[in-house]
Write a protein that binds this ligand. Sequence first.
Ligand code: SAH
Length: 345
Amino acid sequence: MKKYLLDLPSEQLKNALGHLVKQDYRIEQIRDWIYVKKADSFDKCLNLPKDLREKLSEKFIIRTLKAERKEKSLIDGTIRYTFKTLDKKYFYAVFLPSKVKGKNSVCISSQIGCQVSCAFCYSGQTKFIRNLTRGEILEQILTIENDTGEKISGVLFMGMGEPLLNFNNVLSAVKSLLSKKEFNIGKRHITLSTVGVIPCIKKLTDENVGIRLALSIHAVDDKQRKRLMPNNMGFEISSILLAANQYLKKTKSRLTIEFILLRSINDLAADAHKLARLLKKNGLLNPNVQINLIPFNPVKNSQFQPPSQETLDRFKNILKVNGFTVNIRQAKGADIGAACGQLGA
Ligand code: SAH
């Protein structure tokens, strides 16, 4: 089988190519073609000798994903991509265009399906199939850049899957995003969203890559959280917040608290007060912490409803009065099923 070069961090890339390519500068040229010039096949790598290009394509492959389907939102220009892997599995990524030139982001997947099974999330209803590899994670971005002709400057690990349950591949991909010779994206522009897998938050703290962490909290007590997020691995809200606090302190990066609002379930004034208290108690009333309120996006077979505008505003104001920075996350691409929680088969 041909080796998939995007799966290989730079040292391994060097070793893999070493049999064919002796000179370091040639290896750097190949790396540059893959990550910076975004070549999707070796014939495009024109500064490499023809016989080398032929030998490379016998042994290696640059891309594996096929963009099977592409849907563009008429509301906001968001594009939802359906990717097919070599083993014929499907998953999704979303291109989020910006009005500001050169400030486009992508929301990418880390797994095919998800094991956490959140009651409000469509990806959670999709059977877990497997982790994506480092290459498959990165290739989503390269394909979208090729297809749109736009440079991506922000990456959200907020698609299908729980990124911290695919820790090694996600970390390897993050290092490639940060690498000056690969994606060269600033750490402040990379966000990893998680339900809060505490041992992995600790590992990420030790790695000190400094990306923005987003925590899907969604409930103000553990009983309610267990109902909404049944496979939360038994981690308590306060322990997750404590781990996040340590992440902030050690890495000096930013934290987002994500809170989905479900009508009459967790959108009451009392819930907002409790959330404020919980965050304060764990040292998270802090200029580097921001709360994102996510009004529920409708998904198939769901018993939930979004909050009313009034409830949403009230929830936001209570948090603001308590001193927090609060944003309401507007749904993007809702008409094509590309908004948070809508990515599923
Ligand atoms: N597994 C990670 C990554 C998914 S991120 C995580 O849970 O954080 C996607 C965000 O959208 C999460 O905060 C998730 O809880 C939220 N979400 C899921 N379903 C949703 C829905 N139907 N409406 C709005 N947000 C939803």
